[in-house]
Design a protein around this ligand. Structure first.
Ligand code: AMP
Length: 428
């Protein structure tokens, strides 16, 4: 590959320059911030998750041993990107803190061929691997022979997180690898897993669809959204953590302590940390995650605020008003889809105008928020379904877009708006 001067640097040159450099230790108080990671906010303004130093280090070191079974001198392969929380915790900090070799891989799991990850596992004798259900679903659509071409004998476990793991995907990868594939659940805010099967301590029997049981350090409950009381086994509620949060969890929202308390700790009568996820616990203590309680969608393991995408779309001068919802997608879990009303609908009068405008609007989102947030479609409608008090009926729009019944419409202001959405998604 040709290097572009002024943009690229040659690895060997940089390596030679810094070879044997000594980086002095800087002593810090353990609560000193180590980094900030921005995550989708329900108000549309991203929240800066602030992490401490000492607690985070201890938590990561403990999970490497007790959860990921990754020991000094071995190799761990997290297929994430270092810009996301999984990358921060398990590509950069945890392996380096614990003397485990870390592997950074950039690119698709199918390039140059769908065997590339398994070749890496073979060549570097990876013992612990971490990926996402979406990545596995991508591999599942390829020829399964690639998984059989390499020696995977070093690999103990494959861990998956970031979005719900469906049973067919779980079975496919389990059978193919002939090793335990363990779902586990956590958030940018926590920095390390909340629900897990904890194989380094005691590997519990796998239960499809469940990311496991509470991890050490977490006092987890499922409570009723209405009463705030703990619900019984099999009942749906909001997953919360009873404070104090364990070491390494977010210590505040960067620059805004009030928002930290208001966003995460004030939704219920007791002061508990809300995950904003629906959950069910079964009789045996296994948890099941049933989706978000807020306007956040999960695209290929990345959490995106629909409000942020709406704000990006509104940056296009032609748009008067827009609703973005998450629509179920076989590969990515969910994809954003927009429904927009134009300031001047007559501008769609000429042939090809709608396609051109849709491309432009999608391009605007990519420019502002990046490729992950790109809506798969933006439909143009003349009215959006709203309640008489002016609130967007997102659940009804989402139901129609997924071909389901729109549900309770007693508060719908303009029935025509619903027909508009139906027409846009091609159902009438
Ligand atoms: P993020 O902060 O981007 O890592 O996203 C965290 C969110 O992803 C959680 O609040 C859940 O909604 C979802 N999530 C993460 N892991 C799982 C999992 N194993 N099963 C289901 N949902 C998950």
């Amino acid at each position: 590959m040709k290097l572009v001067e002024g943009r690229d640097v040659d690895y060997e040159t940089i390596r030679a320059k810094h070879m044997d450099a000594e980086v002095p230790v800087v002593w810090l108080e353990s609560n000193e911030p180590s980094y900030i990671l921005y995550t989708s906010g329900t108000t549309g303004i991203p929240k800066g998750v602030q992490r401490d130093t000492g607690g985070y280090t201890v938590a990561l070191a403990a999970t490497m041993q007790h959860l990921y079974c990754a020991y000094p001198g071995e190799a761990m392969f997290a297929t994430s990107d270092i810009g996301w929380v999984v990358g921060h915790s398990y590509i950069v900090y945890a392996p380096l803190i614990t003397g485990v070799t870390t592997i950074m891989y950039e690119g698709l799991p199918t390039n140059p061929d769908p065997g590339i990850w398994w070749k890496i596992v073979q060549d570097y004798k990876v013992t612990s691997m971490f990926s996402s259900p979406t990545a596995v679903r991508v591999l599942k659509s390829q020829d399964p022979k690639y998984m059989k071409m390499y020696d995977l004998s070093a690999l103990r476990y494959l861990f998956l997180a970031g979005e719900p793991l469906d049973e067919p995907t779980s079975r496919w990868i389990n059978d193919g690898l002939a090793r335990p594939v363990l779902d586990h659940y956590w958030q940018t805010e926590t920095g390390w897993p909340m629900l897990t099967y904890l194989p380094g301590v005691e590997l519990k029997p796998n239960r499809f669809g469940s990311p496991g049981l509470p991890n050490f350090g977490y006092n987890i409950k499922v409570i009723s959204e209405g009463t705030g009381e703990e619900v019984g086994p099999g009942e749906k509620g909001v997953l919360v953590v009873v404070p104090p949060l364990p070491p390494g969890n977010l210590s505040t929202v960067w620059g805004d302590d009030e928002r930290f308390v208001k966003s995460y700790f004030s939704g219920f009568k007791e002061m508990v940390y809300s995950s904003f996820d629906w959950a069910v616990r079964d009789e045996d203590g296994y948890y099941f995650i049933m989706g978000r309680t807020d306007d956040v969608i999960n695209v290929a393991g990345h959490r995106l605020g629909t409000r942020e995408i709406e704000e990006a779309i509104q940056n296009h001068p032609a748009i008067a008003e827009v609703a973005v919802i998450g629509v179920a997608d076989k590969l990515k879990g969910q994809v954003p889809v927009g429904f927009a009303r134009l300031k001047d609908p007559s501008q769609l009068g000429t042939e090809g105008a709608a396609e051109k405008l849709e491309k432009e609007v999608i391009g605007k989102v990519q420019e502002i928020l990046g490729a992950v947030a790109k809506p798969s479609r933006v439909h143009f409608v003349t009215a959006l379904p709203k309640t008489r008090s002016g609130k967007l009926l997102r659940r009804s729009i989402q139901a129609l877009a997924e071909g389901r019944d729109p549900g309770d419409l007693s508060t719908l202001d303009d029935p025509n708006s619903l027909e508009e959405v139906r027409r846009a998604v091609g159902q009438s």
